[in-house]
Design a protein. Structure first.
Length: 94
C-alpha cells in the first residue's frame, strides 16, 4: 500500500476525493478495476454503484477504472483497492 490517489468527480461543484491505495493483486486481464468499500464516504457521497467508471489520478498519471463494491473488512473506508492492471497503468508504487 502506498501513497494516495484522487478519484475524480465530474460534478462541477465537487473537488476530487483522496483515498489510500492498496494493491490487491487481482488478475482482471487488461481491465483496470478499483474496489471501494460500500461504507466508503466517497462511494456514498458520489452515489457510485458497482460498474461505475471512475477516473483516478496518481502522481501525474490518470486512468479510468471500473468500480467493484466490497462488503466486509477487505478495505477500510478510506482505502481503494486496485486490480493488477489498474495498479500498473496508474504507475502506483509499493
Amino acid at each position: 500500500m502506498t501513497g494516495a490517489a484522487r478519484a475524480v468527480s465530474h460534478a462541477a461543484h465537487q473537488s476530487p476525493d483522496v483515498v489510500r491505495l492498496k494493491r490487491l493483486e487481482i488478475d482482471t486481464y487488461q481491465e483496470p478495476v478499483i474496489y471501494l468499500a460500500r461504507s466508503s464516504p466517497i462511494c456514498r457521497s458520489e452515489g457510485w454503484m458497482a460498474q461505475s467508471r471512475i477516473e483516478l489520478s496518481y502522481d501525474g498519471q490518470s486512468i479510468v477504472a471500473t468500480l467493484n463494491v466490497t462488503d466486509g473488512d477487505l478495505l477500510a473506508p478510506d482505502e481503494a483497492g486496485l486490480s493488477e492492471a489498474a495498479w500498473l497503468r496508474l504507475g502506483a508504487r509499493a
